[in-house]
Design a protein around this ligand. Structure first.
Ligand code: NAP
Length: 248
């Protein structure tokens, strides 16, 4: 039920962090993987091929929607099939709301929300023609909460939650499942500054019932589930993988 053998998956931002953890998890479950990255993704590629799966790296800058169609066609050429899209790539900018700039707004919303939609559209057109598949969006605790000093990130991740439900509504009947994973506090480049700040690190750890930061590999099980037949009737769901953060 959880076997992904013979399936092809695109993972954006697959060179590092959560994208790497999910790419390796999908490969362990049997999927071949196309990593979309703007930086060197050879480490993840090696981890996937060491598992005996095929891996291709598609170079792309996801700050604009320009590469979306190409990503889908290159993944299809390399893997021969496309069944899973994981929209993971994302950025964050921090500033007080009173000082927040248009540049910091556009950069985050374009990458985290606009490209996520248009890459889903490009993949969705293929999946709809080919009997279905799975789209998994990476949301955030700030899909549910407001956060502080991260206006464009909160707007983008709240938008990811809404789009996940909209796409599920439109595409469920086409055999496409659309769901999201909302990671809690995960130790990656994205949170390096928070981990390094002694006070914030202590405050965060005190609030996590599991008592530790998450690791990228902690997200793999949820991704395999949502990509697999086990989740074929799961639609528009936002699955928190947060060590209990939201339960507090
Ligand atoms: P990360 O290590 O900084 O990874 C972000 C990934 O997105 C990197 O591969 C990065 O590429 C890629 N990316 C960003 N902008 C891109 C662009 N314009 N073109 C191509 N790739 C781009 O952080 P992470 O924590 O793994 O983040 C992955 C996702 O999880 C993000 O959507 C983030 O918002 C979300 N998330 C993270 C946490 C957490 O606690 N870590 C919590 C909730 C949600 P480069 O390496 O080249 O920069």
């Amino acid at each position: 039920m959880f076997d992904l053998t013979g399936k092809g998956a695109i993972v954006t931002g697959g060179n590092t962090g959560i994208g790497q953890g999910i790419a390796v998890g999908l490969a362990k479950a049997g999927a071949d993987v196309a990593l979309v990255a703007r930086s060197d993704a050879s480490e993840t590629a090696r981890m996937v091929t060491d598992l005996g799966r095929r891996c291709t790296v598609i170079e792309a800058d996801l700050s604009t929607i320009e590469p979306c169609e190409r990503i889908v066609s290159e993944a299809l050429d390399a893997l021969g099939t496309l069944d899973i899209l994981v929209n993971n790539a994302g950025i964050i900018r921090r500033n007080d709301a009173l000082d927040f700039t248009e540049e910091d707004w556009d950069a985050v919303v374009d990458t985290n929300l606009k490209t996520l939609f248009f890459l889903s559209q490009a993949a969705g057109r293929h999946l709809a023609k080919n009997g279905g598949g799975s789209i998994i969006n990476i949301a955030s605790m700030l899909t549910f909460q407001g956060g502080i000093r991260v206006a464009s990130y909160t707007a983008s991740k709240s938008g990811v939650g809404g789009l996940t439900k909209l796409l599920a509504n439109e595409w469920a009947a086409k055999g496409i499942t659309v769901n999201a994973i909302a990671p809690g506090y995960i130790a990656t480049n994205n949170t390096a500054a928070l981990q390094a700040d002694e006070t914030r690190n202590r405050q965060i750890l005190e609030r996590i019932p599991a008592g530790r930061w998450g690791e990228p590999a902690d997200l793999a099980g949820a991704a395999v589930f949502l990509a697999s037949d086990a989740a074929r009737y799961v639609q528009g769901h936002i699955l928190a993988v947060d060590g209990g953060w939201l339960a507090r």
